[in-house]
Design a protein around this ligand. Sequence first.
Ligand code: NAI
Length: 632
Amino acid sequence: MSNGNKKFFIIDFDSTFTQVEALDILGEISLKNVPDKKDRLKKVADITNQGMNGSSSFRESLEERLALLKANKSHLPQLVEELKKLVSKSFKRNADFFEAHHEKVYIISNGFKDFIVPIVGDYHIKPENVFANEFIFDEAGNIVDFNRDNVLSSNNGKVEQLKSLELKGDIYVIGDGYTDYEIKAAGLANKFYAFTENVERGNVTENADHITPSLDEFLYLNKLNTAISYPKNRINVLLLEGVHPKAVELMKYEGYNVEIYPAGLDEEELAKKIKNVSILGIRSKTQVTKKVLENAKRLISIGAFCIGTNQIDLEECLKKGIAVFNAPFSNTRSVVEMAIAEIIVLMRKLADRSAAMHVGKWDKSAKGSYEIRGKYLGIIGYGNIGAQLSVLAESLGLNVLYYDSEEKLALGNARKCDSMEELLQRSDIVSLHVDGRPDNHNIIGDSEFKLMKDGVIFINLSRGHVVDLTALKKNIESGKVAGAAVDVFPKEPKSNDEEFVSELRGLPNTILTPHIGGSTMEAQENIASFVPNKIMDYINTGGTTNSVNFPNLQLPKLQDAHRLIHIHENMPGILARINNVLAEHEINIVGQYLKTNEAIGYVITDIDKAYDRDVIKALRQIDHTIKFRVLY
Ligand code: NAI
């Protein structure tokens, strides 16, 4: 069948060129004011699917569908408008391919020329390369039939049509339906590619030579892509520890090949599994160690679907040019709401009172119960959570004092304290919101409690190791601390099956919670969209805002240029070498952005000329290059 190198591309229309079945959309328009629209549309879709699976006679199915649709010529312009918006994403992305190869592209469809010709025309495909059915209208413009002489209106129509074209060359068929596969089955095509970007049908994918989740994959396999960039479906994503379904959905929608695991993996398992992974998503349990990273040959980025990143060897990630992202403020509000609730609950001793009621004790008294209005709340650590708590607390009538080791903007009427000692002496309530750096070990101990007011309320929702629990216990027992809420502990159970052991158990007016400050459905959902969006931005534009380990670069949108991303060890002279390579190849730089940290340099170069593989090779060969990639 091979005939020189001439290649023809036979492409299906419905659910391949466009994301949808055109007749479904036509029905939405033509049945707009018909009372049983929903039933009719469902019937149309069912009939279409039966046909797609190769299980019903095509002509009958077309007759039935047209009868249900009650469509008119006047509906067609609107249909075309709608379909233009619904061209498959990867077709839109690869408009260049159609422009370059339109002579060799044939649309062979069981749909109708009436709407196909204008849609594919936008992609330079000529009407004479479109083979499809034709509507027949009555005098009033109603669609009453189809041209029955057209071979595509009969079973096996695509095969007959292609035969009669007598194309001389290699034939590649791309489609989502059984009738597309039949062309290959009839021996008329070199290869059949099952297109699964919009729908996936078992009996079609089973029979395909290749499954192509997008046009990118097809072009990549056949070395037809104009950019050297990588098809998204070849980006393997591994999501562990039951990452929220929203994240899975977003990453699948982006076109990545996503694998999910409900649990974590140990070092050995992950080291094995990581080999082909480009993006890894974890929560707090999975340890991404040096050994794991040594095996991560294709890893571009890690998403920590949580706040902390201690579980990841960040330094090793830097050395390997792997950008790490987390969700630093996705659960800020949740922690703040819990702090507010606890302040009120502790000031009224509600937890103990409720527990007493449950064992039959009625203890009606105002003793030791206070309003929060007008009290002084001292916030230690005025970061994301501390600052947000400041705003909410003030709206409830608390006076806010804060202390932070860094200079921070005071929000609202909050007052900065010059030292932690000052804050401890002035506050009725002390709430800790510092980060977990090692230096913060036991920053609150015996001497700090001594400085606090008698009857202080003490809250720690930050990190377990920042408070000396023996000192806290002593001060609760003595009554110095009138109430405490602790959510984080130096040693926490690894799972819900393990017992929680702590010297704080059984103390009065002491709320103990299992590290749930940030655990709300809203926070989970926020994290699930924040992290994938950061990663996708990094993959698509090179932007690293909010990256935990990479120098943060915010990049402008790119127009009519190509973007090259170069990550290297932070050494002098590398930028000059990159620019030399580009100059030698007479490539003009339209924008360049560089940022470094102690370990790496991150350079983005936008160029205005088509590059060739030699430039890429030369850029990769620059000494001290860690990673290099071409975006588009
Ligand atoms: P952040 O990094 O935005 O803020 C921490 C602030 O503490 C920074 O402004 C820093 O300068 C300051 N700081 C650090 N050490 C200090 C010290 N010794 N004295 C005074 N200021 C100090 O962090 P964010 O997002 O506000 O989180 C705060 C803490 O809450 C973190 O430890 C985090 O792990 C924890 N957290 C706990 C959750 C839970 O479920 N209980 C959920 C989310 C966060």
